[in-house]
Design a protein around this ligand. Structure first.
Ligand code: FES
Length: 143
């Protein structure tokens, strides 16, 4: 059985920002085809910053902890900063993930970035490097 850090256990047992935003400005959904887990992020944007973020995750404990941590790391930040969140930075904030669970951390940043992509698309806003980032993360999802 994998050993999880106290931080992972805390976010798994008490996930922050769980839910859905009905009138979200952007929605991003990703799934891992190998394990079948799904993650959806909903965002509200105000003055270029992430004013609200909620998520729904159907997945393993690590995926739930990752979603919760990503939402905390991103809330209130400028969107450009949110785009810099990586699976590695999420895993670090969680004080590490077991090696066989590291793939779960990919989903969090990816779903959130997709929600920003949706927002950008709907509002015709361009973010430097966003298209490339989404493409890169999409390829990882298929790998
Ligand atoms: S096992 Fe599927 S995301 Fe963790």
């Amino acid at each position: 059985m994998p050993i999880y850090s106290d931080t992972v256990m805390d976010h798994f047992m008490h996930p922050r920002n769980v839910g859905e935003i009905e009138d979200a400005d952007g929605v991003g959904e990703v799934g891992n085809p190998v394990c079948g887990d799904m993650m959806t992020f909903y965002i509200k944007v105000k003055d270029g910053k992430l004013a609200d973020v909620k998520f729904k995750t159907f997945g393993c404990g690590a995926a739930i902890a990752v979603s919760s941590m990503v939402s905390e790391m991103a809330l209130g930040k400028p969107l450009e900063e949110v785009l810099k969140i990586t699976p590695q930075s999420v895993a670090e904030e969680l004080k590490g993930l077991p090696k066989n669970k590291f793939h779960c951390s990919n989903l969090g940043a990816q779903a959130l970035h997709k929600a920003i992509g949706d927002y950008a698309h709907k509002n015709n806003i361009k973010f430097a490097g966003l298209e490339e980032l989404l493409k890169e993360e999409g390829q990882e999802e298929e790998a």
